[in-house]
Each structure stands twice: as C-alpha cells, then as structure tokens.
Design a protein around this ligand. Structure first.
Ligand code: GTP
Ligand code: MG
Length: 459
C-alpha cells in the first residue's frame, strides 16, 4: 500500500495546444512540492494556504521563471482523491506543461498511471467501482443521453440499486444461517414458501437491472450498421445523407466505393457506427475480390444491415442474391431514388412491408423516416435513458448473481424432504459476492488494473 501514498503528478488536460493546461498533483507531499516551485505574488506558501483557495504567481526553478500561473490548493479529505491536491493552471503548451511537470518530478512526485487519480478516489473510499467506471464513460460519451446516464451513474444511481439488492440478500442469508445454527426452530414449510417468495422478488429486481444493463451497453457502445447492395444503388449517397456531409465519394460509375468507410453517427440519441461498403458484384480482379471480402466482413459485424435497392430499376438477379445473403440478419430494406420514376417490383416477396423504407438519398426525402425506423428497432426495451451505463463486466456479474438466486429458489421449491439450507446459504453468499464485485466491495488487483487501464492519464 506504500505505493498508494506516493505523490503523483500528471498533465490533466488533453495534449496539444490550448488556452490553459493543468498539471495536477495528488498525495501527502503535494503542498511541499508546490512550495518549492511556486512563487506566490503575495509571498504566501501553498502549504500555508487554506483549503480550496486559488493563488496567483509563477512557477520558477533556480531563479528562472517558467510560467505565470494560477495555483489551486485543495486539502484532504474534500478532494477528488481524498488526498491533498494541487492544480497548477498554466498556459496550454505541451513543452511548457512538461517542464512544469518535470520540476514536480524533480521534487519527488511520481508520474501518475492512467486513471490513478480516480483509482485513489476508489481506494480511499470516496466512490465505488461503478462510479469510477462512470468517469470513463463521461469522458468518452458520444451522445447526450449516454452522457446523462453516465452522470447519473456517477451520482451513485447504479450503486444505490445494487445496494438495495445486496441488503435484501444479506437479510435472507442471515435468516437461512439462523435456521442452520438453530435447527430446533425448524423453518417449516410456511417460512420456506415465504423465503422462496422473497428470493423471487429479488430475482425480478435483478432481472430488471440486467435488462437496463443490456440496453445501456447498446447506448454506450452503439450499434453497427452496414450498408449493402449492388453497385450504383446509392449506398455512399445514403451514408452522406445520414451524416449530413459529403464523406464518401459518389459518382455515376458502378464500383466507386472500393474500401469500407466507417463513421460515427448519433441517430436521435442512438449511437451508431455506420459502414459504407463496396457494392456486391462478381469480382473481375484482385481489387474487386478484396473489396468484396471487406464488404462481407462489414456485413458479418453488423447489428443492422441497410439493404439498399435502386427504386428506378426492376429488381435484378444480383439484388435477390444479396437479399438472401442479408436476410439472415436484422435488415431494413431501403428503396432509394424515389425522386425518379419507380420501376422496382417484387420486393415484398423477400421482405415484409414494415421493414421497407423509401428514400431519396440524393434529395434527402424519407431520411428522417429511415432514422425513426432504425431507432425503433433498437428501442423496444424499457426506458430510453437508463439510469446507468453498465458494461460487460457488470452484466456478467449480474447474470451470475441471477443464476445463484435461481439455484437457491429451485432448491427451496423442488427439494422433497429436508430443505438443504447449507446449499441455499452457499448460493446466496455467491450471489452477494457477485454483486459486491460490481460495486468493488469484493475485488482483486487484476480487476482493478483492467478497469483503470482504460482511463486516460491525468484522470
Ligand atoms: N436520382 C437519384 N440519384 C441518386 C440517388 N442516390 C444516388 N444517386 C446517384 O446514383 C449514383 C451512384 O451513387 P453512389 O452513392 O455512388 O452509389 P453506391 O451504391 O455507393 O455505388 P458503389 O460505390 O459503386 O457501390 C450517383 O450518380 C448518385 O448521384 C437518389 O436518391 N436519386
Ligand atoms: Mg459507394
């Protein structure tokens, strides 16, 4: 734990030019280090300053002034890390910031690892693991609703719900253990029923949490949408239209797009990775073969395929071949070029009409209907804005807890004769442990390293 007491430093603003850059120190020596490199205008030493105060002065070493700065003094425990924190607001140039940081290193600070400030906030008990993870989500949020969910997770919404579940579970476990310890007060059939009922209640709360977790993963990670269709039907035009900018090259020549093109898109709050692909056709040369291979990869990855058809031409053999290929996945058929006279037929043989949207990618008509259709496909689930942004780790642990509860429940309800209390207690304990792993009450160094390595340095 000695390592945790070292004073750490990092440039907390993003690298590159900016009006202001911040060098942040955290640890018991922060103020002493600040004393040695900071010359306050009024001569006040940071270590003598009261907490949560801002000081004007300069950073100097060996008589040489490096920068004019504002220095913030925040004393433990009311700080981000619960340690003494000093933030030096410098002019934002990376060379200058590095020089200021080097000075602090020379005075005994250590370079912070990615996420180390937040890790200390966790280790010092200011936040739990789900809140620490929310910090990453806030920094990386790609949509407004993603940001709001991450913020509500940071404020402890997820932790609160998990805590309710684990409190109820602990209560149950205590009852089971009491019955093991005092078998003469036989828990009898009545209380076994009651216990099964309590377990079922917790199970349904957990199931609800899990559903939100799954939905929030979608919101956070986004869905992958691949465009598919034969050459020249207007896939790239559709990509541009959805993005509202001329991202991909469009020409009247079939075979314009060779490589897959990926762009991030916020579709009415649903984050999506949109992939334009090369038209599927018979390969005539090596480039064709490679581009079609890439197209197929993009289709395999897709959560949704937008199958684009040219409405101004009759359905061709090439179209029906692609239709068969894509229909294995969740697909929306986009009939394009409706600004031209319509000659397309037979589409309804392959797809039901609610999966068909007509647009003119070139003129922009029908694009908002298409967006609505996409969103409604992925918004079948409860609230559109979950109260937290669960990740795969949370989901796995919640699923594990759920299995334990189900086991306990079936032990209670299906066992003939004496109720196997020891086994039930074992399952409940295991379930509690899994929930504890989500919040970080139960952790290992591996889990912590995995989580905090996803942070950027300085956070
Ligand atoms: N009239 C009309 N023309 C369109 C529409 N969408 C695309 N086009 C035209 O169709 C031609 C092909 O468009 P692209 O977007 O390059 O088609 P693509 O499917 O990406 O073609 P490849 O990259 O070759 O597979 C271009 O001349 C576009 O201007 C539309 O909605 N209406
Ligand atoms: Mg194209």
């Amino acid at each position: 734990m000695n390592e945790e007491r070292e004073t750490i430093v990092a440039i907390s603003t993003s690298p590159g030019e900016g009006g202001i850059g911040i060098v942040r120190l955290s640890g018991s020596r922060s103020l002493t280090i600040a004393d040695r490199i900071f010359k306050g205008k009024n001569g006040l030493k940071p270590s003598k300053a009261s907490t949560h105060t801002l000081h004007y002065g300069c950073i100097a070493s060996n008589g040489e002034v490096l920068d004019e700065v504002l220095l913030t003094v925040m004393r433990a425990p009311r700080t981000y890390t619960r340690e003494d924190v000093v933030e030096i607001n410098c002019h934002g140039g990376i060379i200058l910031l590095k020089k200021v940081m080097e000075l602090t290193l020379r005075e005994g600070a250590r370079l912070a690892q990615p996420g180390e400030f937040t890790k200390r906030a966790f280790l010092n008990g200011r936040i739990d693991l789900t809140q620490a993870e929310a910090v990453v989500e806030i920094i990386r949020a790609k949509t407004e609703s993603g940001l709001r969910s991450a913020l509500s997770q940071l404020w402890g919404e997820f932790s609160k719900r998990l805590k309710q579940v684990s409190e109820k579970l602990t209560e149950l476990l205590a009852q089971v253990e009491a019955s093991i310890d005092f078998p003469e007060e036989d828990i009898g059939t009545f209380s076994a029923d009651k216990m099964a009922e309590s377990i079922a209640k917790i199970t349904s709360v957990l199931e609800e949490l899990l559903a939100t977790a799954k939905q929030s993963r979608l919101l956070r990670e986004g869905i992958t949408i691949s465009l598919a269709g034969r050459p020249n039907v207007g896939k790239s035009t559709l990509l541009n239209s959805l993005l509202e900018r001329e991202r991909a090259i469009v020409t009247p020549l079939p075979g314009t797009t060779r490589d897959t093109i990926e762009e991030f898109l916020d579709i009415d709050g649903l984050p999506a990775r949109l992939i334009d692909t090369a038209g599927i056709r018979k390969a005539k040369n090596l480039i064709d073969r490679e581009s079609i291979r890439r197209t197929r990869l993009a289709l395999r990855e897709a959560d949704l395929i937008l199958f684009v058809l040219d409405g101004s031409t009759p359905l061709s053999g090439a179209d029906t071949e692609i239709a068969e290929e894509v229909s294995k996945k969740k697909t929306l058929v986009v009939i394009n070029k409706i600004d031209l006279p319509m000659r397309i037929n037979k589409v309804r043989i392959f797809f039901s009409s609610e999966d068909i949207v007509s647009v003119s990618a070139k003129e922009g008509s029908g694009i908002s209907d298409l967006k609505r259709a996409i969103v409604s496909l992925f918004r079948g689930v409860p609230s559109p804005e979950p109260a937290f942004l669960a990740n795969l780790r949370h989901q796995t642990m919640l699923e594990k807890a759920l299995r334990c509860l189900e086991n306990a429940h079936s032990l209670l309800t299906t066992t003939a004769g004496e109720i196997p209390l020891e086994l039930i207690a074992f399952e409940l304990r295991d379930g509690l442990r899994s929930i504890g792993e989500v919040t970080g009450e139960v952790t290992t160094d591996d889990i912590l390293n995995e989580i905090f390595s996803r942070f950027c340095i300085g956070k």
